[in-house]
Design a protein around this ligand. Structure first.
Ligand SMILES: C[S@@+](CC[C@H](N)C(=O)[O-])C[C@H]1O[C@@H](n2cnc3c(N)ncnc32)[C@H](O)[C@@H]1O
Length: 255
């Protein structure tokens, strides 16, 4: 067990991560097609892409297959191990993996697009970490390049608990979510993955994530160098304005 605020996230789950996200309905083809559409809308002449919190790199492999060079940053050893296996299996060479926090990574070549996908930004628990990530990403973008990321708009306050279940033939999951102070949520994941012999493997992890308001994020993007007039907030996979009821929203900031 790591220190309490790091939890145990992405230590044992990576082995089953694809099954985990599939059960939650995440479609990486749709995401990749959407960001390529966005790159055309923004006239990016896209060649290099930076992914922050790249995980096991499903989206990044789809992008590399389309001939973009992808730089993948993640700090989970197990997630990186899974991604390396996938890159090798797909015979892909146009990528690099940088094991680092997304708050202090080093990149050799600037990119036309940086993205952070599937609530990675919510794993940053302090304003300082968010500021460091945004500032560094601004510096690593070419002029007119875009930085996009999805976030949970806000975690509910005050403190409360709820339990959610996912259940299908090969995967069962119980989530105990506790909302702590400062808009930080602690989720205890109890995941059961069916093995070939019919038994289940239990994977338990504790994840801490933080909700940020639109205003907090916008102000930090501006502090990092982005202009307010070049920050767009959009629905996920749909370049249209958000509603109050949208939990998953996307920031698109152009340098
Ligand atoms: C929900 S997963 C998303 C993975 C991938 N982007 C996807 O779309 O499936 C979150 C990822 O963020 C990574 N992560 C969380 N905090 C991080 C940090 N401070 N620095 C680098 N990676 C981080 C985790 O290791 C994990 O791989």
């Amino acid at each position: 067990m790591k220190n309490s605020k790091q939890g145990t996230s992405y230590t044992t789950l990576p082995k089953y991560y694809d099954r985990f996200v599939q059960a939650r309905g995440q479609n990486y083809d749709d995401f990749v097609n959407w960001i390529i559409t966005l790159s055309n809308i923004y006239n990016l002449n896209l060649k290099r892409i930076l992914s922050l919190g790249s995980g096991n790199c499903t989206a990044e492999i789809l992008l590399a297959k389309k001939d973009f060079f992808v730089s993948c940053v993640d700090n989970s050893t197990s997630m990186i191990q899974e991604s390396v296996k996938k890159f090798l299996k797909n015979h892909i060479l146009n990528y690099e993996i940088i094991k680092s926090s997304i708050t202090d990574y080093k990149l050799n070549t600037k990119v036309e697009m940086a993205f952070s996908h599937y609530f990675c930004i919510n794993y940053l628990l302090t304003i300082k970490e968010l500021e460091d990530c945004f500032t560094l990403t601004y510096l690593n973008l070419k002029n007119h390049g875009i930085f996009l990321f999805d976030v949970i708009q806000d975690l509910p306050n005050p403190i409360k608990e709820k339990v959610l279940f996912y259940n299908n033939e090969t995967f069962k999951s119980v989530l105990e979510m506790t909302y702590l102070k400062d808009n930080i949520g602690c989720t205890n994941f109890y995941n059961f993955f069916k093995l070939k012999n019919g038994l289940y493997d239990l994977v338990e992890e504790i994840h801490y994530q933080r909700g940020y308001t639109i205003e907090e994020i916008t102000n930090l993007l501006i502090k990092a160098g982005f202009k307010r007039s070049k920050i767009t907030i959009s629905k996920y996979l749909n370049y249209t304005p958000i509603n109050d009821s949208d939990r998953r929203i996307v920031f698109i900031a152009q340098k």
